[in-house]
Design a protein around this ligand. Structure first.
Ligand code: SF4
Ligand code: SF4
Length: 491
């Protein structure tokens, strides 16, 4: 469960009883042997993190407002008429930063995804789970929105405990109904925002305003997403980070002793012990004590219920709450802040700054290679993609002028931001191309599908099947040559 042993020496070595008791069951004296959110009988242990305040919390609050504004405004922002982000899996339509990725571009999309994940790996190897604490939507919504509403209605951790233990009276009913009512309304909002990133805000607006019978699937998803988010933020909470999110688990293999993480300075903090009245710092040192006054404030504020003094643990989402809590305590007792701070093991033990290790270098080489491949693919990506397929089940026809015709379906994807008039010409056989409905004019960033009739002069035809080459021209410039077969009579 924990990466603690690998990086930080234990303050208290695992008890001898561990080996004896491990055969019987869980060793409750060893934090590695159980999770902080489970009771001895296996039931969920509800975490009541105390309200936190401090410099990091203030910075995180401002940053969260920015992220929330981006998240809620995102579906309405367009670039060149396309959404900022759209991940329509059902229709296989993906838009990132206004750039449409068509099914034909899936390889580009796949490489871009690899670049993203390699970037995440490098970032995590260097800076730990900075993402989780500062930018993950789960943490931002939970700690900056839902938790704050909970504090507002039910009070700080001790008041919440008290309320939950109290019998059901008018005050408790009112508080619980208000809290869960607001939680559900917010979950509905978050569910709709997610839906608008999946299908776009216009279709979502239609689902909301049209008759419900016309949008049963859409409404079902709307309700499912609302219930899902309500379940996560009202009940599941930190369990989502501990059990569901794979990123936390990757931490164990990505971090090393040079990674910057939220860390307790055990060299400075140990041996921990309560601060005696009027005890001076020098006196305390001589008595063999460190700066940790064993106030447990770092544990009380932790939303995942862990004790960071045990070292880096998988459950830690790097929310900085323990850093703020400890800084407040250190200020009060007159010791320097930063007993819990962003630091690496080597930083704490040897005072080393962040180093560009061979492992990081290796990751960067892989990232550079992937970025180069992606850049080449993007810059050499065809502006227009055309496919020409014979209409299924259709036969050849003989025209009055003696020509033979075959019916085809043409699909043109215009990836540019301008309208494209497309012309088709037969390249290797005499005849002509007839586009149904006149000209092929493809709007910007759109796909156009049309029927096309190829009429071949019998002079150039072979018995049975003739291989035909159709040139695709835009503004007189040949963009592509399409090869297809033309069915005619057998001699
Ligand atoms: S908040 Fe700081 S001083 Fe208090 S127990 Fe935690 S590490 Fe020690
Ligand atoms: S240990 Fe500290 S940083 Fe990690 S989750 Fe708990 S409070 Fe947040």
């Amino acid at each position: 469960m924990s990466t603690r042993r690998k990086f930080f020496p234990l303050n208290t070595p695992p008890s001898k009883e561990k080996s004896e008791s491990s055969a019987k069951g869980v060793d409750w004296s060893d934090f590695r042997d159980h999770i902080a959110t489970a009771e001895r009988d296996g039931r969920r242990k509800w975490i009541y993190p105390r309200k936190v305040g401090g410099q990091f919390f203030r910075w995180r609050t401002w940053f969260s407002w920015l992220l929330l504004a981006v998240m809620f405004a995102g579906p309405f922002v367009t670039i060149n008429g396309n959404p900022l982000l759209l991940l329509n899996i059902v229709e296989r339509k993906f838009v990132v930063l206004g750039q449409i990725f068509w099914p034909q571009d899936m390889i580009v999309f796949a490489i871009a995804t690899l670049v993203f994940f390699t970037g995440v790996i490098i970032f995590t190897a260097a800076f730990g789970r900075l993402w989780c604490g500062w930018a993950c939507p789960q943490t931002v919504m939970m700690e900056m929105v839902f938790r704050k509403i909970e504090y507002l209605i039910e009070g700080d951790a001790p008041r919440q405990r008290e309320l939950n233990r109290a019998p059901w009276n008018a005050e408790k009913i009112l508080k619980k109904i208000s809290k869960h009512g607001i939680f559900f309304a917010l979950s509905f909002l978050v569910g709709n925002v997610l839906l608008s990133y999946l299908i776009g805000w216009q279709p979502l607006y239609q689902i909301i305003t049209d008759s419900p019978v016309r949008h049963v699937t859409g409404l079902t998803f709307m309700i499912l997403f609302s219930l899902l988010f309500y379940g996560i933020f009202a009940r599941f909470r930190e369990q989502a980070c501990t059990f569901i999110c794979p990123y936390g688990r990757f931490q164990s293999v990505l971090l090393d002793e040079n990674s910057i993480v939220v860390a307790y300075d055990h060299k400075r903090g140990e041996k921990r012990g309560p601060l005696r009245h009027r005890q001076k710092s020098g006196e305390r040192r001589r008595a063999g004590f460190g700066d940790c006054v064993a106030c447990n404030q770092c544990v009380a504020v932790c939303p995942t219920g862990i004790d960071i003094r045990n070292g880096t643990q998988m459950e830690c989402v790097h929310c900085t709450a323990c850093m703020d809590a400890c800084d407040t305590v250190m200020t009060k007792v007159g010791s320097p802040r930063g007993l819990i701070r962003y630091a690496s093991l080597n930083g704490i033990e040897r005072g080393e700054p962040l180093r560009f290790t061979p492992r990081l270098m290796g990751y960067c080489v892989v990232l550079a290679a992937l970025v180069s491949i992606l850049a080449v693919m993007i810059f050499t990506r065809a502006d227009v993609e055309v496919t020409l397929l014979r209409a299924p089940g259709s036969l050849f026809q003989k025209m009055e002028d003696g020509h033979f015709s075959n019916l085809y379906t043409i699909r043109v994807v215009n990836k540019t931001s301008r309208e494209l008039p497309v012309e088709l010409h037969l390249e290797n056989v005499p005849g002509h191309v007839l586009v149904m409905g006149g000209k092929l004019v493809v709007p910007p960033q759109k796909l156009l599908e049309n029927s096309v009739l190829l009429e071949l002069d019998p002079e150039g035809m072979k018995s049975g099947t003739t291989q035909v080459e159709v040139g695709v021209y835009v503004g007189g410039k040949k963009l592509q040559a399409l090869k297809t077969s033309f069915i005619g009579p057998r001699n």
